[in-house]
Write a protein that binds this ligand. Structure first.
Ligand SMILES: Nc1ncnc2c1ncn2[C@@H]1O[C@H](COP(=O)(O)OP(=O)(O)OP(=O)(O)O)[C@@H](O)[C@H]1O
Ligand SMILES: [Mg+2]
Length: 154
C-alpha cells in the first residue's frame, strides 16, 4: 500500500454519521470501497450512513449478510452493497454481478477478503476498522491516485 493513511477516531454512531457526511459527497460512479474489520465493527452501519447521505435519507439499508447484495438507486447512479462473508469461493462474485457494479456503479464491499485474488485492492478506497478500548478507529488509504487526492478532503 503506497498511499498515506488517514486515521479517524469514532466514539459514537454520530461520529460514523459525520464521517459519512464527508465521504458521501466525494463519491462518483465506478468507485469501489473495501470495508475491512472484524464482525460487528460497523461496516454495515457506515454503509447505511453513506446511503442516507447520498440522498436516500429514509432508506432502511439492511445488512446483505444473507442476500449477499443490496442495490440502491442514488443521485450518483446505482449503488451496490455486497457482503461476501458467506461465499465459499471467489468466483461466486461474478454470479452476483460484481462486474456490472464496477462498470456502472458505486461499489461497497464487506468481507472482500473472501474474494481472494479477485479483491480489487489496487483500485479501491480501503477503510480498515478496529477497536481501541471503547472507540473505533477507521484507517483510510488507497493505492489509487484519484482516491489519494480525495482522501485529503476527508
Ligand atoms: N460508530 C459506532 N458507535 C457505536 N456503535 C456502533 C458504531 N458503529 C456500529 N455500531 C454498532 O455495532 C453493531 C454492529 O454494527 P454493523 O452491523 O454495522 O457491523 P458489521 O461490521 O457490518 O458486522 P458484520 O461483519 O457482521 O457484517 C451494531 O449494533 C451497531 O449499531
Ligand atoms: Mg455487516
Amino acid at each position: 500500500m503506497a498511499g498515506k493513511v488517514k486515521t479517524f477516531k469514532i466514539h459514537t454512531l454520530q461520529d460514523t454519521q459525520r464521517f459519512a457526511q464527508k465521504l458521501a459527497p466525494l463519491l462518483r460512479p465506478k468507485d469501489i470501497i473495501l470495508l475491512r474489520g472484524d464482525l460487528g465493527l460497523g461496516k454495515t452501519t457506515l454503509t447505511r450512513a453513506i446511503i442516507h447521505e447520498i440522498g436516500l435519507k429514509d432508506e432502511e439499508v439492511p445488512s446483505p449478510t444473507f442476500t449477499l447484495l443490496q442495490t440502491y438507486d442514488t443521485k450518483c447512479g446505482p449503488l451496490y452493497h455486497f457482503d461476501f462473508y458467506r461465499i465459499r469461493k471467489p468466483e461466486e462474485v461474478y454470479e452476483l454481478g460484481i462486474e456490472d457494479a464496477y462498470a456502472y456503479g458505486i461499489t461497497l464491499i464487506e468481507w472482500g477478503e473472501k474474494m481472494g485474488p479477485l479483491e480489487p485492492v489496487k483500485r479501491a478506497l480501503i477503510i480498515d476498522m478496529s477497536m481501541d478500548k471503547e472507540k473505533r478507529i477507521f484507517k483510510v488509504q488507497s493505492d489509487n491516485l484519484s482516491w489519494q487526492n480525495r482522501i485529503q478532503e476527508l
